[in-house]
Design a protein around this ligand. Structure first.
Ligand SMILES: Cc1cc2nc3c(=O)[nH]c(=O)nc-3n(C[C@H](O)[C@H](O)[C@H](O)COP(=O)(O)OP(=O)(O)OC[C@H]3O[C@@H](n4cnc5c(N)ncnc54)[C@H](O)[C@@H]3O)c2cc1C
Length: 415
């Protein structure tokens, strides 16, 4: 059993790892341990999942998908990975609205941290949650449905409320995607035409490597229609399959070149069968209100000299607003400014801190699963429902069984 996260930059302090496969077994783990943290697929880059006591791996909480065609939902074990759920949906003619860049992550782990893909009209993966079943630290099994009093606080939960055992997700009829990549868009054009650019396909990602600060290296578009997107500026479509990282062969990336194919083979950037991204990396991400996108990108540009030596690539994505208290898109449409860094943690942490400060005036929210300072003032100012969340966490977990230092800092920021 892995005692480190996927990136290898975090070693968990757990004394034991349990792998329950049923609600009763989850209850037994909770009853027998002093402190517990759930561990999904371990793809977070910080200490959010850490504990000094018991790690509860969700690897066997993988109940087979149950599709409800009338409600247009699927209910599935919380530890299942998107890449395992997707073929089961496709086989029955159904689809998810979106995926993150990788299908390797567990469903409950992704939604607990507000994980997202890109798309002006598409919400975060958390916003696709219609219901949750969780076992609270006191052993109660609670089901929360969209519209229930506690639901909006319980989806992006940071693992603070209980062990999620099943998740119900919205689904829609299967659809096809054509993925095309365009190369070398002047940054000035991207900023001047930002809304046109991000709306040019169902899902759009801008990749910027910062070796030429004035050029966006790649624009990835995932279109639901057959027509090629109309992009601003004079930009050429790549004529062969590419990777967004310099010098990495493109085998791991999902098919491009405009070839039509099912949603599950195109919405993520990376194939389940391959290592996503680089493998040797760290990540951080700041998410700003859509209306502040250009100002925030300019603020990053002002730090180009410090970002460029450490960054492998920056990715800019969009997402639709939702009502989930700790979602990156809570209350407004959002733009994610993501950084894949070289594994030089101390230097990266320094530049992450500078980016967080520089983007504070733009209302930047840190991604819960990536490197962040967890600065109390910043957290308090950008999450208006943080106090309500702290109260909810105390009500579900009065003895603090699910607490760890990461969570302590988040809840302390609520005041
Ligand atoms: C290569 C790579 C690419 C990535 N791409 C994206 C991307 O495109 N978009 C994006 O937004 N993020 C991205 N991420 C970040 C990633 O989506 C998040 O870190 C996500 O939380 C990972 O899910 P996980 O199952 O690995 O969660 P873990 O890291 O295992 O856990 C995260 C949190 O969820 C809690 N948790 C997990 N399971 C449960 C459960 N059953 N009940 C209660 N709490 C639970 C844990 O306690 C922990 O607090 C990427 C990460 C990597 C490594």
């Amino acid at each position: 059993m892995a005692q480190a996260n996927w990136a290898g930059n975090v070693r968990f302090g757990a004394q034991r790892v349990e792998t329950p496969s049923s609600v009763d077994e989850v209850r037994a783990v909770l009853a027998s341990a002093g402190r517990v943290r759930a561990l999904g697929s371990g793809h977070s880059f910080n200490l959010i999942a850490d504990t000094d006591d018991t790690l509860l791996s969700t690897a066997r909480l993988t109940a087979a998908p149950r599709i409800d065609p009338g409600a247009r939902t699927v209910t599935v074990g919380a530890g299942m990975r998107y890449g395992e759920l997707a073929p089961a949906l496709e086989a029955e003619g159904w689809a998810l609205a979106n995926l993150a860049s990788l299908p390797h992550i567990s469903i409950a782990g992704a939604i607990a941290t507000g994980t997202h893909g890109s798309g002006d009209t598409v919400g975060t993966l958390s916003s696709a949650v219609a219901a949750l079943e969780l076992v609270t630290p006191t052993g109660d099994v609670v089901t929360l449905r969209r519209g229930d009093r506690d639901f909006d606080g319980a989806v992006v939960s940071l693992g603070a409320l209980g062990i999620v055992t099943e998740v119900t997700l919205d689904i829609e009829p299967t659809f096809a995607i054509r993925q095309r990549v365009y190369e070398r868009l002047p940054l000035e054009v991207a900023l001047a035409e930002f809304d046109v650019l991000m709306a040019s396909a169902y899902s759009v990602s801008l990749f910027h490597r910062w070796d030429d600060p004035d050029v966006i290296d790649q624009v990835w578009t995932k279109a639901r229609g057959d027509e090629a997107p109309r992009l601003p500026g004079d930009i050429a479509e790549a004529t062969e399959q590419v990777h967004m990282l310099a010098g990495v062969t493109p085998e791991a990336t999902t098919p491009q070149l405009g070839e039509r194919g099912a949603w599950l083979d195109r919405l993520a950037h990376f194939k389940l069968s391959h290592t996503p991204s680089n493998g040797a990396e760290l990540q951080s991400e700041l998410l700003v209100p859509r209306t502040h996108a250009v100002g925030a990108i300019e603020a990053v540009r002002a730090l180009a000299d410090e970002v460029a030596p450490l960054v492998q690539v920056m990715e800019i994505r969009s997402m639709r607003a939702d009502d989930l208290w700790l979602s990156p898109a809570s209350g407004h449409d959002a733009i994610g400014l993501h950084f894949t860094w070289h594994q030089r943690q101390a230097e990266v942490e320094t530049v992450v801190a500078k980016l967080e400060k520089a983007l504070e005036p733009w209302g930047a929210r840190p991604h819960w699963g990536k490197l962040t300072r967890l600065d109390a003032d910043m957290l308090r100012s950008v999450w208006p429902r943080l106090g309500d969340f702290a109260e909810l966490a105390r009500r579900f977990d009065p003895e603090g069984k699910l607490r760890n230092p990461f969570l302590d800092r988040v809840l302390a920021a609520a005041g």
